[in-house]
Write a protein that binds this ligand. Structure first.
Ligand code: SDX
Length: 375
């Protein structure tokens, strides 16, 4: 019997393995860079639409490029009636998590997209814009159905972030709320070969299509070890419930080896700088809102102090996201879909990059089962 050629055995979870080249994003211990620009500067000076263009088109937009891009996004916001019908039929099913509904509708939209089977750069850019625009609308319509209100149509006068919140709630957001969502979308937009992006690249690497790769990426993001952690972190804070309960909860979690959701990261070992940016904005919003909102940040900060003092483990972006979205009144099951509303840009950039210089992604396994058995 001949066996496959051997290669050095990687650490579990492919930790530390560089799986390919990319021009899109650099995840460093002390900074995060999108196509050369630091996330600190982008979150201060850019809007989500600028960042979406930067990721998808490969560089900073001129004023006229941005205007055309915004026009395209706004024009693509609405959904076909059949897709709205699918949302109505699935969103209130007891077993349906909003991430599953989102995955289903994205997959369904493929059938209405004239570019569906076309993997050329031009077609993929068009599909990226459609998906970026329509995913926000799916989330908004889904929340309307869950809340039992009429569908709130997209408002072309609002930004991507402002329109997302408006469609979800039926009320225009304040400038501060729009800014917080906009920054959270910028922070969530891209993060190199994380699990969902890598999933999308593996699917794209077979020369499959963008909608399929995005549907797979949504499924990968849903898990609580990845994007689902923003919901799990807030659920955990609600379970803790009071500042007095933080210490006993944490000691019990350490004793039972329970994971503290929203903490730790495969790459960042000294903290995730996206977390401090979002925490600052969320904390200021909660301070203005009053004691009921502040309470969640006080509980969260105590959890954070205990984790860093006793374990040397720091929050990732999902921890402040949970608290921030909660004090803004956003329903917890929509936190990971909102992550999708942003990461769709990073995913599409990676799918296009994969297709532009493709080789099938097909690693080896280290077989550990028996050999030589007789049937
Ligand atoms: C995202 O990859 C990306 O870039 C993802 C992301 C993106 O933008 O795409 O940044 C978004 O997914 C953020 C991560 C969200 N997930 C969580 O918050 C879930 C909780 N965190 C963990 O389960 C964990 O930290 C992971 C999954 C994020 C990372 O897992 P690793 O790298 O496999 O680390 P590990 O589980 O092997 O932990 C190493 C040690 C262990 O202790 P020892 O057994 O060595 O003593 O650290 C401990 C762990 O027990 N540890 C934790 C912990 N995270 C790590 N202990 C308690 N609570 C935690 N959250």
């Amino acid at each position: 019997m001949t066996s496959a050629p051997t290669a050095p055995k990687p650490k579990a979870g492919l930790e530390g393995i560089i799986a390919g080249d990319s021009d899109i994003c650099a995840v460093e211990q002390d900074t995060l860079i999108y196509r050369g620009y630091s996330i600190g500067e982008l979150s201060e000076k850019a809007k989500f639409e600028d960042v979406a263009y930067l990721l998808l088109a490969g560089g900073k937009p001129s004023a006229s490029e941005l205007e055309a891009f915004n026009r395209d996004l706004v024009a693509e916001r609405s959904l076909p009636d059949d897709a709205i019908d699918i949302i109505k039929r699935t969103a209130t099913q007891p077993a349906a998590h909003p991430m599953d509904v989102l995955r289903t509708v994205v997959s369904y939209l493929a059938h209405f997209d004239p570019d569906c089977q076309d993997n050329s750069p031009e077609a993929e850019l068009r599909k990226s814009k459609r998906l970026t625009a329509k995913i926000a609308t799916i989330i908004g319509h889904m929340q309307n159905v869950i809340d039992g209100r009429d569908i709130v149509k997209p408002d072309p006068s609002l930004s991507h972030a402002g329109n997302l919140l408006y469609m979800m709630r039926g009320e225009k957001p304040t400038a501060e709320e729009e800014k917080i969502i906009d920054v959270s979308l910028i922070l969530y937009a891209e993060h190199d070969f994380n699990a969902s992006t890598f999933t999308g690249r593996v699917i794209a690497g077979t020369l499959s299509d963008m909608h399929g790769a995005v549907a797979g990426a949504i499924a990968a993001l849903k898990g609580p070890l990845h994007g689902g952690a923003n919901e799990a972190a807030m659920d955990m804070l609600k379970e803790i419930g009071s500042i007095e309960n933080v210490e006993p909860f944490m000691q019990n979690a350490f004793a039972t080896k329970r994971k503290i959701m929203g903490f730790g990261h495969r790459v960042y070992k000294n903290g995730d700088h996206r977390a401090s940016i979002l925490h600052g904005l969320g904390r200021a919003y909660a301070d203005n809102k009053g004691a009921d909102a502040q309470k969640w940040f006080e509980i969260g900060e105590k959890v954070q102090n205990i984790m860093s003092d006793e374990k040397g483990i720091f929050p990732n972006v999902d921890f402040p996201c949970g608290m921030t979205y909660f004090v803004m009144g956003i329903p917890v099951p929509q936190y990971t879909p909102i992550f999708v509303a942003s990461r769709i840009t990073g995913w599409c950039a990676h799918i296009m990059e994969q297709h532009s210089n493709n080789r099938l992604i097909r690693p080896l396994s280290n077989y550990t089962g028996p050999m030589g058995l007789n049937w």
